[in-house]
Structure formats: C-alpha cells, structure tokens
Write a new protein. Structure first.
Lengths: 190, 428
C-alpha cells in the first residue's frame, strides 16, 4: 500500500472509505458463497418424489401367526411386525427395567390393549444391518454384523447398539389392521 | 518443480519458441530427468511410480466402465452383469478395475510402511508426508464409493454400515446421513450420487498427487540411510537410474496384478456381491474389502457406537501426527536398534488386526482386537515419543556414498554398480 493511502487512513479516525469497501466486499463475498452453497446442499436432500413415496401404508394383521415376524417397507425402511406369543409377553413384562441399557418398560414398546403386537424398525441401531429374528439369548433378534442382541420387544440387551429398535409412527385402525406412517386420527407423520 | 533453475536447454527452434512461452519441458526435465536421486535407494522407493501407474489404470478403466454402467437401484446390478457378458472385453475392464483397486492398496501400504520405517515423515518432509495421508484418505473414500456401485448385497450393506457410521457424529450426523442417502434409507438417489462422487474423487487424488510430487521435489527423497545428499557423489540423475528401476519394478508388480486379474479375479471379492441388493436381508457374515479390515476390527473392538467410530477415524488421523510424535533425531530404522523392532511388531499388529477384522465379532476375537487396538495407539503415543528419548542409535555413515561403499573406500570398487560409479552427477 502506498504511503499516501496510509496517510489518508491515519487521517480518518472513523475508518476510511477503503475500509468500508474492504468490509463490504468481504461481507458480499461471504453472503454470495453461502447463497451459492445453499442450493447445492439442499438439492441433496430427499426430493419431492421420495417424500411423496413415503405415504402411510396399511398392514393386515390377520394372516400373522403367533410368534411370526413379517417384513414391511415404509419410506424404503424395513419394519418388523411381530406377533408375540403369550410366553414372550410374560417374559418381557418380567424383565426389570433397571437392568436395561436403554430403559423402556414393556408398556412403552406396544400400543395400549395390543400387548401381542410389536412394530419396530428393522435396522440395528448400531450400523444399520438387519438383525436375524428368533435368534440370540433374549427371544428376539441378533445382529450378524457386530453382535448386538435385542429382546422380543426390540430392546437392546447386548453389544454395541446404543438404543432400542425405534418404533415407527403407527396406529391400530381395527384390532386386525394397522396403519404405519400415521400416529392416529388421520394425522400424517412428519 | 525442484525449486531450482532448470538445466534444460531447448535445441530446436520450435522448442526454444515454446519454452520461452511455457517452460513445461524444462519443468519435466528438472523433475524427472536431471533430478538428483540418492544413489542408495532400494526397491521400496519404486512404489511411488507403481502407485502412479495404478492411479492411471483406475482412471482409464473407470472412464470406460462408466460408458456402460447405469447408476440406479434398478439398473446398476444388471448393467454390471451386462458389462461382464455383453460388452466386448467388459470382463477385462471390470476385473482390472476391481483388482486394480486392491493392488493400489497393496502398493500404498508398502509405500506407507516404507515412510514409517525409514522416517520419511520427519523434518523437512512433514508436508509431503501429510499430503500422502490426505491421498490415502481420498483413496479410502473412493474405494468405498466404488464398492457400492455394483449394487450387490455387500455393496448395499457396506453403504448402509458406512453411512450409519457418519450418523454417529453428534448433532449434525443425522443431517449428513440424510443428505448422503437422498432419502430415508440407502436407495436409488444414494447409488446415483455415489457414482457422481466416485467419478469426482480420483481427480482430487490426482490433484493432491501433483502437490505430493511437488513437495517431494522441494525436499528431495529420503533414503535408507536417512541422511541428506551432501555432495554430487551421493546422487545419480533420475533418468536413467530411477526411471529404469521404477519401470522395472512396475513391470514386476504388474505380474502380481495379472496373476489376480487373469487367474483369480474374484479371490479378493465376496460371493455375496453377486446377489442383487436386498434391503430386507443382511448377509450372514458381512465384512468390508480386505484393505479396510484393520480399521473394521478397531471399530468392532469398542463396545460403544460413537467410541468405535472415533477410534476408527483416529487410527487414520494419528498417522498425520507421526512427525511430531517421533522424538528421535535419526530417521532410518536401520540405525535405530530398539525402534526398529517395535516397527516390525507394529506391522504384525496391523496384519493381526486385519485378520481379526475378517473374523466374526465373538468373544475371543473381540478381546484380541481390543488388545491390538490398544497397542496400535500405544505405538504412536508411547513407543514413538519414548524410543526417541531413551534409544542409543547406531553411528550414522558419513555420507550416502559411504553407506553404499563402506567407510573410507573409493568409488569404483567391486561392490559398486558400474553405472552408479560412472554416473555424471548433474546437480548436488
């Protein structure tokens, strides 16, 4: 920078015209960069087509036998629907909540009055593999990837999985039909 | 690129005209012809050239595969089978690309062990070395993205596991995961964008390789003695000495490549990847490609999701801190009697971790992986700093020449290669 402008700078106590231009240009560049980056990042989010394909689905429970697990897909995600046997219900109710790494009472895993029906996401909460049903030591699932085990109501009992298998939004339409993707009363899930 | 004026003298009028406008011939001459190379380099120093060759092979076969590949959840698997069955020489392109990736990692692991064993990370080569770690990270990302593209079972579940690893990042993890997926799970948008990124990253690797070579030509090469070039007698010109040695080593390495490519092209892959992706079933025994196994073992050794992810990334990142963790003033393990043994133990632990990563995550294997993980980090955080302080190194040779000929001997003795002795050294 030339001496003259340095002198001019020193003479202007409130900041010179050059300072103003410098700051304004810098601010303009920062805002511009953010304005360019935003559409690039936002375009990677789920698009309208993917979101529309996530409409709620209905599952008929009548063909499911005691102890059977069926796979359904909602929003491309695997969901297990499991009909618990009477013994499994009794066993799961007897598990002391304090002994669980992610404490959840039996009642919080099923809908009120539908003790036999478990609906959970079918991907291990560790790294997303599909646990194998009716295996492991807890009447539930065992993950083949990293050894996590879940009990009959999808609570983590062993291994690196940090949380229980999450429960998707669903509601009973009748005793023999559920709607996944809605919390009840026709309200769509976010 | 060597940072000194070029000795290149253009001869023809056209060459003179061009050199005055863009001195690229001089740049190449000073970097790859007249460039002084330590005369004691062993074959470990040829892996840079081998790696360059494989970057070229991967880019060429990859560009050609992309002419036939269809990046979609419904089309990807079938288009890969089409490449194998219908496209002329499609099998060759695909097997060369898949096995080329494995050979690329074989070469990079030898290259990395060379850097650690001979102290190539130490001053003044820290930036050169860290650029290498950056290339390694980019290679891992590229290899992972590429492995998802055939959309077989291992592709799909590999993509699921790795994107779930990113979801462990606190606060922003879920957002990053959704942005990578482009949906609520691994699906069609995922394979589409992974293909785009898989095509992008090799060019970024090529860019960082240019910086890596630039940095190399500023500091000069390390060598088995770990001492700098002191006089012209310590060096030979890059061409023909290093050029011919590099080409020879590359040809020998290509024999290994050809062996896999033509005789056992699926040996390093997994049979499960010939089953189309099925989001309802995870393969019973899921493992990553062999070159990720040590890190996979570290991930599984920790009984906590976030903890495992942190240690796995830390195992790579800690490499970048080697220049400051090593307190020794001696570079080469040849003159470090204690640390040299630790280096071989470290190599053994890395190989053992790799084997453990391929085993099921059961009791004994997990315990062994935990012990190895602790040792892996202890090598960098305990052995490296302490060895430098307590070890008595062997006396260093007076010069690179002396390390080749023995102290006090004259050049031209029976033990010296004729070419090296007769070499005119152009620069000191």
């Amino acid at each position: 920078m030339a001496n003259t402008s340095a002198a001019a700078h020193a003479a202007a106590p409130e900041g010179s015209r050059r300072d103003f231009l410098f700051l304004a240009t810098g601010a303009g560049l920062a805002v511009g960069a953010a304005a360019v980056a935003w559409p690039l990042v936002s375009s990677m989010a789920p698009d309208a087509d993917v979101i529309a394909a996530g409409a709620p689905i209905e599952v008929d429970l009548t063909p499911i036998q005691d102890g059977q697990i069926i796979n359904v897909f909602w929003r491309g995600k695997l969901i297990f629907v499991r009909k618990l046997t009477g013994k499994e219900v009794t066993d799961m109710k007897a598990v002391p909540v304090s002994a669980l790494s992610d404490p959840a009472a039996f009642d919080t895993r099923v809908k009120n009055g539908h003790d036999q029906w478990l609906v959970v996401y079918g991907n291990c909460t560790h790294l997303g593999c599909v646990p194998i049903g009716h295996s492991g030591n807890f009447e539930g699932w065992a993950c083949p990837c990293h050894g996590s085990q879940f009990d009959a109501v999808g609570r983590v009992r062993r291994g690196p999985a940090p949380t229980n298998l999450p429960i998707p939004p669903y509601a009973f339409q009748t005793d023999a039909k559920i709607r996944i993707g809605e919390t009840g009363g026709g309200k769509a899930a976010a | 690129m060597s940072g000194t004026a070029s000795t290149y003298v253009p001869k023809s009028r056209v060459a003179k005209w061009f050199e005055a406008r863009l001195p690229i011939a001089g740049l190449v001459h000073s970097s790859f012809v007249a460039y002084p190379v330590p005369r004691n380099l062993n074959y470990f120093w040829t892996f840079g050239a081998i790696l360059s060759a494989f970057l070229g092979i991967q880019i060429i076969t990859g560009v050609w595969l992309a002419m036939h590949y269809e990046p979609s959840a419904t089309g990807a698997f079938n288009s890969v089978e089409k490449i194998m069955r219908d496209v002329n020489y499609g099998w060759l392109l695909r097997y060369a690309h898949a096995n080329g990736a494995s050979m690329f990692f074989v070469a990079v692991y030898v290259h990395m062990f060379r850097a650690l064993y001979y102290g190539s990370y130490k001053a003044p080569r820290e930036v050169l070395y860290i650029l290498g770690v950056v290339i390694y990270l980019l290679m891992m990302a590229t290899a992972f993205l590429g492995y998802t593209l055939p959309w077989g079972q291992m592709s799909f579940w590999g993509a699921t596991v790795i994107t779930n690893i990113l979801a462990a990042i606190p606060v922003v993890g879920d957002t990053i995961q959704t942005l990578l997926w482009g949906g609520y799970s691994v699906g069609n948008p995922t394979v589409n964008r992974f293909f785009s990124l898989h095509y992008l990253l090799p060019w970024m690797i090529a860019g960082v390789v240019v910086l890596h070579v630039w940095a190399l030509h500023v500091t000069g090469q390390n060598n088995p003695a770990g001492i700098p070039i002191k006089s012209g007698k310590d060096a030979v010109p890059f061409t023909p000495y290093a050029t011919v040695k590099d080409v020879f080593a590359t040809v020998v390495f290509m024999i290994l490549f050809a062996w896999f490519l033509f005789y056992m092209p699926n040996y390093l892959g997994h049979a499960d990847n010939y089953i189309q992706a099925n989001p309802a079933v995870t393969p019973a025994h899921i493992v990553p490609e062999w070159y990720f196994l040590p890190f996979y073992a570290i991930l599984r050794a920790v009984p906590s999701k976030l903890g495992g992810v942190i240690l796995m990334f830390a195992a790579v990142i800690i490499l970048a801190f080697a220049p400051w963790l090593d307190t020794s003033r001696i570079r080469s393990c040849n003159y470090r009697p204690i640390y040299r043994q630790f280096m071989w133990v470290f190599l053994g632990v890395c190989l053992l971790l790799g084997w453990l990563g391929s085993q099921p995550p059961d009791g004994g294997y997990v315990l062994a992986a935990q012990v190895c993980t602790v040792y892996y980090f202890a090598h960098f955080l305990v052995v490296m700093p302490l060895c430098g302080l307590f070890e008595t190194p062997k006396p260093l040779p007076g010069s690179i020449l002396e390390s080749v000929t023995g102290p006090g001997k004259q050049v031209g003795g029976a033990g010296v290669p004729m070419g090296a002795a007769a070499a005119p050294t152009t620069k000191g």
